[in-house]
Design a protein around this ligand. Structure first.
Ligand code: UDP
Ligand code: MN
Length: 461
């Protein structure tokens, strides 16, 4: 069913496209795969019934009533049914036949079913079905997404602060002015409040500080502007725009949730609103690790450039397969019908190219954001520019930071005054969402000296 938020996309096969028959193949695979899978269940059930039925065993002759017929029945079961069962098990449990592999159905697709983005294995067939419906309910013409209820980019987007000034005197080893002719990279970072947010953004900022001609679009997944973030971001001196763009509440509880989608959509809307048709767009999550060479690689993107991302899912890598300098296919352990099975950090888009597709979109469809975004800009495989030494270097890593709940520290508020640093320290930790102090709850605040812990009042009163 089309989602209320975003009407399903349908792709019209494009004549000159290497990907032309992907949708048809998907349908064929799906239809072909569904049946063996369900019949495998039937087989399993059937055998189970045979094995557990009390009726048939009772009807067999007992040893006392004659041994020979009983042995021959047993041999019959051993010789015919058991091998058949084993064959059925191996055939029908193949991921390919269960419809978990997509693409062109080559044998090497067989293992390509491990998801990332939090989608469980059991839901794969369902996911492919949903994708198929989604694609059928939408329409593309010349790569443009059509549909009257297509959920156009219209996210609530609150601009909190921004600066187009580059305060950095030097970038790498040259003065800023030396880079003036380079196309700008619009680096879109969806982020959300949790205790790791400020450290993640700080680490990322110290990477971006080295990158000339970059505008950092930080889209925070919350309703209101965070003044702490305003101050933090402006302090780095990198040109930036800080916006608040919350995930619609109806998606918050869904599992998996469309993480970082509302904010990326808001950034796309911002680019549209500013009519930016020069430069390069890159989606850079707040927790990834970026090699500085990535930025030189993507800066000259003509349409869409692609490169491998390290630490993705089962293969610990996802990216294009390149032959003779051309992208011919993709290596990613979770195919699931995706035409573009790539990670969000694995491509960059030229804004002049993207602006030809006014219905650019990123649907709220967990796991399929990259695929449907790239479909919405009419990408063809022969247009992809492989980067990173023909996709042999890893210039970006899908690192993930272990997340924990912000703790409450039990320290009396009467001591959090000007007598020590602890008042301002806890106020700052609270603003950053890292930890909070409480008079009544939480971990008792132990303060120590010379290896001896005492209650905080001992030192603070
Ligand atoms: N994110 C968000 N809102 C959320 C969860 C995640 O804005 O509710 C952001 C997050 O900060 C990150 C991106 O979306 O930049 C992807 O999320 P995450 O890194 O948690 O997902 P992963 O791809 O690593 O599984
Ligand atoms: Mn991440």
């Amino acid at each position: 069913m089309p989602s209320a938020h975003y009407q399903a996309l349908a792709v019209e096969p494009q004549a000159s496209d290497d990907n032309d028959n992907d949708e048809e193949e998907l349908v064929v695979h799906w239809a072909a795969n569904l049946q063996p899978s369900s019949s495998s269940h039937n087989h399993a059930r059937y055998h189970k019934q045979l094995a557990t039925s009390s009726g048939w065993e009772d009807r067999l002759p007992t040893p006392g009533r004659g041994m020979a017929p009983r042995l021959s029945r047993r041999r019959y079961w051993m010789l015919l049914v058991v091998p058949l069962f084993i064959v059925c098990y191996f055939v029908f449990s193949s991921p390919l036949l269960l419809g978990q592999a997509g693409g062109d159905g080559d044998d090497d697709d067989a293992n390509n079913f491990e998801p990332h983005n939090g989608i469980g294995k059991r839901r794969h067939q369902e996911q492919i079905l949903e994708l198929r419906e989604f694609l059928q309910d939408h329409s593309f013409k010349s790569g443009i997404l059509y549909g009257t209820t297509a959920h156009a980019l219209n996210e609530p987007l609150l601009i909190c602060s921004d600066s187009s000034d580059d305060h950095r005197l030097y970038i790498q080893d040259k003065p800023r002015i030396a880079y003036a002719q380079l196309p700008i990279i619009y680096f879109v970072t969806p982020t959300y409040p949790r205790r790791e947010q400020i450290p993640e953004l700080t680490r990322l900022a110290y990477t971006l500080l080295h990158v000339p001609r970059l505008h950092w679009l930080v889209a925070n997944d919350q309703e209101k502007c965070d003044t702490f973030l305003d101050t933090l971001l402006s302090g780095f001196g990198i040109p930036f725009t800080h916006m608040a763009s919350p995930m619609p509440s109806k998606f918050r509880k869904s599992k998996p949730a469309p993480r970082g989608v509302a904010n990326r959509r808001a950034a796309l809307l911002w680019l549209q609103q500013h009519n930016l048709t020069n430069g390069v767009l890159y989606f850079g999550d707040d927790d990834n690790t970026y090699d500085l060479r990535l930025f030189s690689e993507i800066r000259q993107t003509q349409r869409v450039s692609m490169f491998p991302v390290g630490l993705i899912a089962d293969y610990a890598v996802s990216g294009p397969v390149v032959r003779d300098g051309k992208v011919v296919a993709f290596l990613d352990s979770w195919v699931a019908g995706r035409r573009w099975p790539v990670d969000m950090a694995g491509f960059a888009v030229n804004l002049a190219y993207m602006s030809q597709y006014p219905n650019v979109n990123m649907p709220y469809k967990p796991g399929y954001e990259e695929d449907l975004f790239l479909r919405s800009i009419g990408l063809r495989i022969d247009q992809i520019e492989p980067r990173g030494n023909n996709c042999t270097d890893i210039l970006v890593w899908h690192t993930q930071t272990k997340s924990k709940k912000s703790p409450v520290v039990n320290v009396e508020s009467k001591y959090l005054d000007g007598r020590s640093n602890l008042g301002p320290l806890f106020r700052s930790l609270k603003l950053m969402g890292v930890a909070s102090a409480s008079d009544t709850a939480g971990h008792a605040a132990v303060i120590s000296k010379n290896g001896k812990g005492r209650s905080h009042s001992y030192f603070l009163s």
